[in-house]
Design a binder for this molecule. Structure first.
Ligand SMILES: Nc1nc2c(ncn2[C@@H]2O[C@H](COP(=O)(O)OP(=O)(O)OP(=O)(O)O)[C@@H](O)[C@H]2O)c(=O)[nH]1
Ligand SMILES: [Mg+2]
Length: 346
C-alpha cells in the first residue's frame, strides 16, 4: 500500500495568531487528523496515513540522559512485546545496553575524523553528519524492511547546535519523513530536572527545547529527565511551575538574580541594558531573562513530561505520549487471538 503523510506546521505570528503552513503535499488514503498542542508540547498538526513507519528521535543537551532513556524505552517495548529498531547516530558513543541495529560508527567515527582531519569534537561531529547526509543509503537501506509494527528509536548526540544552529538534523528528519521511508517521527527532547535549581539555566534549556521544536517541524514531546535526582527536594506546587513553565518564576525574590529591583527615588523606567552600570549590577541579565521568559510565554508551546527511568510506569507514560503523537496504535492491525497466544508462547 502506498503510504503518505503530511505535516502541517504551525507558524506563530507576533500578535499570537496562528498561521497554518502545509509542507510536502501528498495523496491520502485513510486519514486521521491529529490536533496539537498537547501535554509535553506536541507542535505539529499531522495527517497520517495507515501503513507508515513509526519512530522517535531522542534529543537534548549533553548528558541529559538520552542514551539511558533509549535503553529504558527499548526494555519497556520488549517487555510489552513490541518490536523495536534501535539506531545510534552518536559517532562518539561507545557503550550500549542494547546493541544498535544501525550504528553510525560503522560508517564514520568521530575519533577517526578528529585524527585524520584535525578537527575538534564539535567540528568533527558536524563533519560526521554532513558525511551521513551524503551517504544516506547507510541509514535508509536497513530501514526499508522495517514494518509499521516497529518503534524506531534514534539516539542522537548531545550537541544541540545540530538541531538549533545548523539545519543538519532538521534536514535528516525531512529525509526520513518523506519519500519511500515516510517515517512518522516524534521528537523527544530531554532536559535534566536538576536545571530547575537554577532558573536562568532552566529557561535557557526551555528556550533550546522550543528552538529545536520549531526547527524540526514534527510532533514533539519535552521531557524532564532524571526526576529521581529532585525527588523530595522540590514541593509539588513548585515543580508544577517548571513542568508547565510559569513566568512568575522569574518574578521571585531578587536572590534569583532575574529581577529588576525597583529603587525608591530613582527613575523607575527600565534601565538601559547597554549601560555599564546595568551590566555590572546584573540588571541587563535580568532584563534578558524576562525577555526570554516572555518569548516562551508568548508561544505557550513548551511543557514537560516527567521521566524517572527506573520507574517502569514513568517510561510507559512517556511512551504513550509518543505513541499518541504519531498515532502509532491507530496504524496497527488488530491481532487474531491465535497470534497473541503464539506470541505469549515465545
Ligand atoms: N540519577 C540518574 N542518572 C541518570 C539518569 N539518566 C541518565 N543518568 C546518568 O547521566 C549520565 C549521562 O547519561 P547518558 O544517558 O549517557 O546521557 P546522554 O544524554 O546520552 O549523554 P550524551 O550522549 O553524552 O550527550 C550517566 O552517568 C547516566 O548514568 C536518571 O534518570 N537518573
Ligand atoms: Mg548518549
Amino acid at each position: 500500500m502506498a503510504t503518505h503523510a503530511m505535516i502541517i506546521s504551525l507558524a506563530f505570528l507576533k500578535d499570537g495568531q496562528r498561521a497554518v503552513r502545509a509542507q510536502g503535499q501528498q495523496r491520502f488514503q485513510s486519514e486521521i487528523f491529529h490536533i496539537a498542542p498537547q501535554k509535553g508540547g506536541t507542535l505539529a498538526f499531522t495527517i497520517f496515513n495507515m501503513g507508515s513507519k513509526y519512530g522517535t528521535i531522542i534529543m537534548g543537551p549533553a548528558g541529559a540522559g538520552k542514551t539511558t532513556f533509549c535503553s529504558a524505552l527499548i526494555q519497556h517495548l520488549r517487555a510489552s512485546r513490541r518490536s523495536c529498531f534501535y539506531i545510534n547516530l552518536d559517532p562518539a558513543a561507545e557503550d550500549f545496553v542494547y546493541e544498535p541495529d544501525v550504528d553510525i560508527k560503522d560508517l564514520i567515527s568521530l575519533s577517526d575524523v578528529m585524527e585524520e582531519l584535525h578537527l575538534g569534537p564539535n567540528g568533527g561531529l558536524i563533519y560526521c553528519f554532513e558525511f551521513l547526509l551524503e551517504n544516506l543509503d547507510f541509514l535508509t537501506d536497513p530501514l526499508e524492511t522495517v514494518t509499521d509494527e516497529y518503534m524506531i528509536v534514534i539516539d542522537m548526540p548531545g550537541q544541540i547546535e545540530l538541531y538549533t544552529h545548523v539545519p543538519i538534523v532538521p534536514q535528516l528528519v525531512k529525509h526520513l519523513g518523506h519519500g519511500s521511508l515516510n517515517i512518522s517521527l516524534c521528537a523527544a527532547y530531554l532536559l535534566e530536572s536538576t536545571f530547575i535549581g537554577d532558573k536562568a539555566k532552566f529557561f535557557a534549556g526551555t528556550l533550546s527545547a522550543m528552538s529545536a521544536m520549531l526547527m524540526m517541524e514534527i510532533p514533539h514531546v519535552n521531557i524532564l529527565s532524571k526526576m529521581d535526582l529532585v525527588k523530595g527536594q522540590v514541593a509539588r506546587r513548585d515543580l508544577k511551575k517548571f513542568v508547565d513553565p510559569d513566568m512568575s518564576l522569574l518574578q521571585d525574590g531578587p536572590e534569583s538574580g532575574l529581577v529588576y529591583e525597583y529603587k525608591e527615588g530613582v527613575d523607575n523606567g527600565e534601565p538601559d541594558p547597554a549601560e555599564a552600570e546595568s551590566v555590572m549590577s546584573g540588571e541587563s541579565f535580568a532584563k534578558l531573562n524576562r525577555a526570554v521568559g516572555q518569548l516562551i510565554d508568548d508561544f505557550s508551546l513548551v511543557s514537560f513530561l516527567k521521566l524517572d527511568v527506573q520507574d517502569e510506569d514513568s517510561v510507559g507514560a512517556v511512551l504513550s505520549y509518543i505513541d499518541d503523537a504519531i498515532q502509532f496504535h491507530e496504524a496497527q492491525e488488530p491481532r487474531e487471538p491465535m497470534e497473541v497466544e503464539e506470541m505469549d508462547g515465545d
